[in-house]
Design a protein around this ligand. Structure first.
Ligand code: SAM
Length: 221
């Protein structure tokens, strides 16, 4: 993603009530923040926040956290929340590499990755959010019944993401190479900013839903 620096975004984020400062201190107690025991779902790499805000509005019975690495991008989500406050949504500005410092074991019920940066060079493969290195982190924070949903229009990244599943001990539950023409997987689909942009150019959207193989569970089950 090409980034334009937004002057003052760091300062605005540091004092925003929609952003959790020092999120490590909330580890294992996120439900207290929301004041309920609703499921917790997170989007990693939320960009300007359109998807996670739409989800939070549609599902008041679910708690949401949007995670974004860059202040200049996150600030756009904060500006939207200032116009329309959603009680079941907070943001964190962080690098997802630190995700296990922020969420405890099994604390998260679902992870969304939407149009993650492709990092096309081989030597950067570990930075890709659906890489095995990240899958190992996600496994720790996801609950027993938890799963992960990933969408992209990038065919190479999607092929890579599928190849990473077996070595990381995950299995695909549902896969499509053309989400917008897959009636079953399209049901309830919420478009992201990138999804709208790339599907309007005619790019098919790939999506998988995956879950971690538990110890004692066979890969076929
Ligand atoms: N999810 C949005 C969408 O679909 O419209 C934005 C997609 S954009 C291509 C990817 C976003 O992920 C960028 O805003 C980028 O800053 C963020 N990102 C990339 N790597 C990240 C990381 N390691 N931790 C947190 N955010 C990250």
């Amino acid at each position: 993603m090409r980034l334009r620096n937004v002057t003052g975004s760091r300062e605005a984020i540091a004092k925003s009530r929609f952003v959790i400062q020092e999120p490590q201190k909330r580890k294992n107690s996120w439900r207290e923040l929301f004041g309920n025991s609703n499921p917790l779902q997170i989007e990693i790499g939320m960009g300007k926040g359109r998807f996670i805000m739409d989800m939070a509005r549609l599902h008041p019975e679910i708690n949401y956290i949007g995670i974004e690495k860059y202040s200049s991008v996150l600030i756009r989500g904060i500006q939207k929340m200032e116009k329309e406050e959603l009680p079941n949504l907070y943001f964190i500005r962080m690098d997802a590499e630190e995700i296990t410092d922020v969420f405890g074991q099994g604390e998260v019920n679902k992870i969304y990755l939407n149009f993650s940066d492709p990092w096309p060079k081989d030597r950067h493969a570990k930075r890709r959010l659906p890489s095995r290195e990240f899958l190992n982190r996600y496994r720790i924070i996801l609950s027993e019944e938890g799963n992960l949903e990933f969408k992209t229009d990038n065919q190479e990244l999607f092929a890579f993401a599928l190849e990473e599943l077996e070595p990381a001990g995950w299995h695909p539950d549902q896969v499509t190479y053309d989400l917008h023409h897959d009636a079953e997987m399209m049901e309830g689909n919420i478009m992201t900013e990138y999804e709208e942009r790339f599907s309007s150019l005619g790019n098919p959207i790939c999506k998988y839903i995956i879950s971690a193989i538990k110890s004692g569970e066979s890969k076929e089950s």
